[in-house]
Design a protein around this ligand. Structure first.
Ligand code: NAD
Ligand code: UGA
Length: 478
């Protein structure tokens, strides 16, 4: 694959050849994104590297059910490409040296200490990557920021790379770098379809040849009209802004859900009515237990931090309220469970249906289930937790305690979780929960028994022949 490069004076320079891509970070973004690039660009060798020996071993596992990331369709893509032009390894330096283009797809969590703790992004992993690329790259290397980063991070990446530019001791060509921003917009659970048919691909940068080279990679399967080009800073900021707008819609509808519960309006009906307005649109209007996932909260807090840094305290307060409302919604649901169960849950068995932050993923990062379970444990409840994809060891890490009969236990199936329970709290919208036969389930529970539908997926009609009480988020029929 070649792309013609233009010099500053406009003369045509040698085309940039993308034969080998290295991706640093084999996580939820790096793994699926590179698998799809390898699938759609059979002429490019794609090397995905990570420091984690365990994670790389899982990516190389012959049993495709043991890939470290669960995503519908991912196993098929990996099966087609792995060993052909998709390779997973811990040999980071060698992969960088071999690559024409290096993606940085490492984690950028919220800082936990020092300046900006609790809000700013911790960029230590991104910086380590930039330094490693500076050390190991050969010839001209296009460095692509795939991680979500605070606006103007490319400045730091460029400064590190600039310090390493120039002739090398041996006769190899001098080292040069171009930095691009290419944020990822995939959502977990739909990662493969999002990558295969993205709404848009965003490329920010200053070097037209590097931009063209990356656009050509995506152009193998993405309509060129969907490949947007901006300056570096707009690209970095667009990613934070997209997540902030999406999360804001969820906090907005959750705020209205609580008002619906108080006024006999139904949030499903309100969402349908407002979503029919094409200026509002119908997506991302589902009331629930609050947004989870590794990014919405972290990215908004990062935006808040940036706004405060630039003296925009009103703007910072505005966006921070999206996170505040989200936390409130999670505590509100836990408190409501306690209140409906006669004001106490001490010693009561409560079935938690769903622990992942959304359906079709095994990811629990910032899952609302964590906060809601912790509140219920604090109130003395005994939790029986079921999730079709989440490893109980992960639940133990998230709750900060191993399973124990008087606190929480993992359950392999829903009937086990419901056995003797005073309530079931639905926190993840797994399809299997929609299909439960409550006529069969109800007798397993201790009555009077409740279903707390935090995902608005239960139909009151489905319970008419049972003696179960139903609370549904955003609905006052309970
Ligand atoms: P992740 O934690 O799943 O994966 C990151 C990986 O990078 C880890 O496996 C870690 O071991 C590895 N790593 C860290 N430093 C390294 C180094 N120096 N060398 C080699 N490997 C290193 O994170 P993720 O969910 O894939 O997110 C990555 C970035 O993408 C974040 O900035 C995130 O905000 C952004 N993002 C995530 C999603 C998502 O759905 N998860 C979507 C869009 C954007
Ligand atoms: C989100 C964005 O949708 C992606 O575009 C972005 O790339 C990604 O964050 C990221 O940067 O990490 P993701 O968090 O994987 O993707 O999943 P979403 O579908 O956005 O759901 C996030 C949370 O919001 C989930 O807890 C989900 O249950 C909740 N949600 C979503 C609602 O409560 N209501 C809705 O209507 C939609």
């Amino acid at each position: 694959m070649t792309t013609t490069a233009f010099t500053a004076a406009g003369a045509i320079a040698a085309p940039i050849q993308i034969r080998t891509i290295c991706c640093i970070g084999a996580g939820y973004v790096g793994g699926p994104t590179m698998a799809v690039i390898a699938d759609r660009c059979p002429d490019i060798q794609v090397l995905v590297v990570d420091l984690s020996v365990e994670r790389i071993a899982s990516w190389n596992d012959s049993d495709l059910t043991r890939l470290p990331v669960y995503e519908p369709g991912l196993d098929g893509v990996v099966a087609r490409c792995r060993g052909r032009n998709l390779h997973f390894s811990t040999e980071v330096d060698a992969a960088i040296a071999a690559a024409d283009m290096v993606f940085i797809a490492v984690n950028t969590p919220t800082k936990t200490r020092g300046i900006g703790a609790g809000q700013a992004s911790d960029l230590r992993w991104v910086e380590a990557c930039a330094r490693q690329v500076a050390r190991s790259a050969q010839g001209h290397t296009i460095v692509v920021e795939k991680s979500t980063l605070p606006v103007r991070t490319a400045e730091a990446v460029k400064a590190i790379l600039d310090a390493a530019q120039g002739p090398q001791a041996n006769s190899t060509p001098p080292r040069t770098f171009s930095v691009l921003s290419n944020p990822e917009f995939l959502a977990e659970g739909t990662a493969i379809s999002d990558l295969e048919a993205p709404d848009r691909v965003l490329i920010g940068g200053e070097d037209p040849a590097a931009i063209a080279a990356l656009a050509q990679v995506y152009g193998q399967w993405v309509n060129p009209e969907k490949i947007l080009r901006t300056n570096l800073w707009s690209s970095e900021l667009s990613k934070l802004t997209a997540n902030a707008f999406l999360a804001q819609r969820i906090s907005s509808i959750n705020s209205i859900a609580s008002l619906c519960e108080a006024t006999e309006a139904d949030v499903e009906e309100v969402a349908r009515a407002i979503g029919a307005d094409s200026r509002i649109g119908s997506k991302f209007l589902k009331a629930g237990p609050g947004f989870g996932g590794s990014c919405f909260q972290k990215d908004i807090l990062n935006l808040v931090y940036l706004c405060r840094h630039f003296g925009l305290s009103e703007v910072a307060d505005y966006w921070e309220s999206v996170v505040t409302l989200n936390r409130w919604q999670q505590h509100r649901i836990a408190a409501l469970v306690v209140q409906k169960l006669f004001g106490t849950v001490i010693g009561k068995r409560i079935a938690i249906l769903g622990f992942a932050f959304k359906a079709d993923t095994n990811d629990t990062r910032e899952s609302p289930a964590i906060s809601i379970c912790l509140d219920l444990l604090e109130e003395g409840a005994k939790l029986a937790i079921h999730d079709p994809k989440v490893d109980p060891a992960q639940i133990a890490r998230d709750l900060g305690q191993p399973s124990a009969a008087d606190a929480w236990i993992p359950c392999d199936d829903v009937t086990e979780a419901l056995d003797g329970a005073d309530a079931a709290v639905i926190l993840t919208e797994w399809q299997a929960y929609r299909e439960l036969d409550w006529d069969v389930m109800a007798p397993l529970m201790r009555h009077p028994a409740w279903i707390f539908d935090g995902r608005g997926m239960m139909d009151f009609m489905a319970l008419t022949s049972t003696n179960l009480h139903l609370w549904r988020v955003g609905c006052s029929n309970a």
